[in-house]
Design a binder for this molecule. Sequence first.
Ligand code: AMP
Length: 281
Amino acid sequence: MQIIKTVAEMKDFVHKIKAAGKSLALVPTMGYLHQGHLTLMREAKAACNTVVTSIFVNPLQFGVGEDYEEYPRDLTRDAQLAEPAGVDAIFAPAVAEMYPKGYHTFVDVEEITNHLCGRSRAGHFRGVTTVVNKLFNIVQPDKAFFGQKDAQQVLVIKRMVADLNMNLEIVTVPIVREEDGLAMSSRNVYLTPEERRAALMLNRSLQQAKAAIEAGERRGSAIRDMIVQTIETEKLANIDYVEVVAMSSLEPQEKLEGEILIALAVRFGKTRLIDNIMLTV
Ligand code: AMP
């Protein structure tokens, strides 16, 4: 497995793969890899000959006062995990390699970025779509793999790919969870043991909502209130948002029908966690 740090070397690697007629998959990450990321990599390897994973903590997608500086980074550890998952090359550029002096171009998907995380993290998705667009141009993958953990991100990327006529397939992988149900996240390492225990309420509240819908509840507000009340039983939990929305538009839904996304973001101390569940009603 190669570790590549410059755009020029990455393009050279891609050129050789394409010249050999091999298919190429990209798994974009911010590193500090866990089983969620590794599942994406294994699926990528099952689908394509060659897998490139990018490891780049993208400053553009962090807001003022967010955790850009503290975000965990360990490329040596990541390389040891990525290689057995089938990765052929890690692309780990420095910030100045991706955004050199004079950089002034951004990609902005409108409308669906006004909801959920887009509302509470101004500029976040502009940072995501800009960096992902650059990664697609550099790596030219046939397929790119994203986790359902970031449900809105998947929709935003798919919108960008469709709107800009990009020539690749976006593959979505279900959420990978710890045994006790907590969605895996690089940010889980920030949690104190008490916060870690309290965070179990996220998946529990989503499961409770799912059970209520399966039992016939069709009022979006009732489902939302139920989740809020369940999470608020945990004193350490500070809700950013809980939303019951239509999967396609991310607009809040009062009468539940079709494909529904229940998404939430909750703070435990300084750590902001997200989770979600998709249901067809
Ligand atoms: P990140 O490094 O957090 O930016 O995540 C990189 C990719 O891994 C994104 O497509 C995420 O949605 C995906 N991912 C992160 N955590 C999980 C998880 N627990 N299950 C599935 N995919 C995940």
